[in-house]
Design a protein around this ligand. Structure first.
Ligand SMILES: Cc1cc2nc3c(=O)[nH]c(=O)nc-3n(C[C@H](O)[C@H](O)[C@H](O)COP(=O)(O)O)c2cc1C
Length: 314
């Protein structure tokens, strides 16, 4: 895919704030992805920088771009990604505004974490997380540091994020990025035929059919259903990939059988690292690889493209 032979048909989706879930989570996952020869996609708003992740992956990581309101920030981020050797840029299209997540609001999720009594008790119950966070220091938006004024408190940080990013994407913005970025360009978060048509018309190289794991709105159809409509129409025009709701090898096989050329997972890898720390990346990738292989063997598939022979067509 995109001129590279990967060792498995799945990769690690971009996830923000990873270092809050487990210290150094993006670095752990990027290293495991590199060792297993699968793609790791770095989020603009996670806790490691483009430069650090590129070094760990020898330039093999992909970079996911949120939409800066100022062109100079977009241009600088793209220059940094290119200088770091990144060959695939993923543009996010499904966060026109931040999702309404009552549980996050109730729990006081913030960067840096707010020290309420509830959070202090929660931290005390997880001594290894607390100790490692103490050793590694407070997680920060490393990729965005050069654009952030120093010493922002929480409400200033929220204002900075609102002012710096505007999630609404349109053709004009996409065209600009297409002109600026010489590498492979992927649109993430599409669910409709019209949006894939637009991506194709503007010369993008791939799409990730995704509903953001249901984090933006959780009442739409499953992404695998959208995929079944989109894939037959576009598989010969651009690379059609999928994420959202994939938890293991059986789901990877179902997605590939439904027309995806490649799949991504967000939560599965975060669960792995949050449970097992440093071993979590390798463990989760190995487990899902074994599950995919097992299904191939049981179905007598020679390649992962044979999965479609075993999907019941409506
Ligand atoms: C905690 C969390 C944070 C996320 N942050 C980002 C992000 O910064 N950028 C992005 O493109 N997608 C983000 N996503 C969406 C994932 O890239 C992916 O689309 C989603 O996790 C797939 O669903 P799954 O978790 O069921 O595998 C996030 C998902 C989660 C769970």
């Amino acid at each position: 895919m995109f001129g590279h032979q990967y060792d498995a048909p799945f990769g690690i989706a971009p996830v923000g704030l990873q270092g809050l879930m487990w210290p150094k989570a993006p670095e752990i996952l990027a290293k495991a992805a590199f060792e297993h020869n699968i793609p790791f996609v770095l989020s603009t708003v996670t806790t490691s920088s483009i430069e650090t992740i590129s070094e760990i992956t020898e330039g093999k990581a992909w970079f996911q771009l949120y939409h800066p309101t100022e062109d100079r920030v977009t241009e600088d981020l793209l220059k940094r990604a290119e200088a770091a050797g990144c060959t695939v840029l993923v543009i996010l299209s499904d966060v026109p505004s931040f999702g309404f997540r009552p549980r996050d609001i109730r729990n006081g999720l913030s960067m840096p974490p707010r020290m309420t009594l509830k959070n202090i008790i929660s931290v005390a119950k997880r001594p290894e997380w607390a100790l490692r966070t103490l050793i590694n220091g407070q997680p920060a938006f490393e990729t965005l540091k050069p654009y952030m004024p120093k010493g922002l408190d929480m409400s200033q940080l929220a204002k900075f994020m609102d002012a710096t990013f505007s999630g609404r994407l349109n053709e004009e913005k996409l065209k600009k990025i297409r002109d600026l970025w010489k590498g492979k360009l992927v649109l993430k978060g599409v669910e409709s035929v019209q949006d894939v048509e637009t991506a194709h018309r503007l010369g993008l190289d791939g799409v990730i059919v995704s509903n953001h794991g249901g984090r933006q709105i959780d009442v739409g159809q499953a992404s695998v259903a959208s995929l079944q409509t989109i894939a037959p129409l576009f598989n010969d025009k651009l690379t059609v990939m999928m994420d959202s709701g994939i938890r293991g090898g059986a789901d990877v096989a179902r997605a590939l059988g439904s027309g995806a050329e490649f799949t991504f997972m967000g939560r599965s890898f975060m669960y792995g690292v949050s449970a097992l720390g440093k071993q979590g990346g390798n463990h989760t990738i190995s487990l899902i690889k074994a599950e995919v292989t097992q299904i191939m063997e049981q179905l007598c598939c020679k390649t992962t493209s044979n999965f479609s022979d075993f999907i019941v067509k409506k």
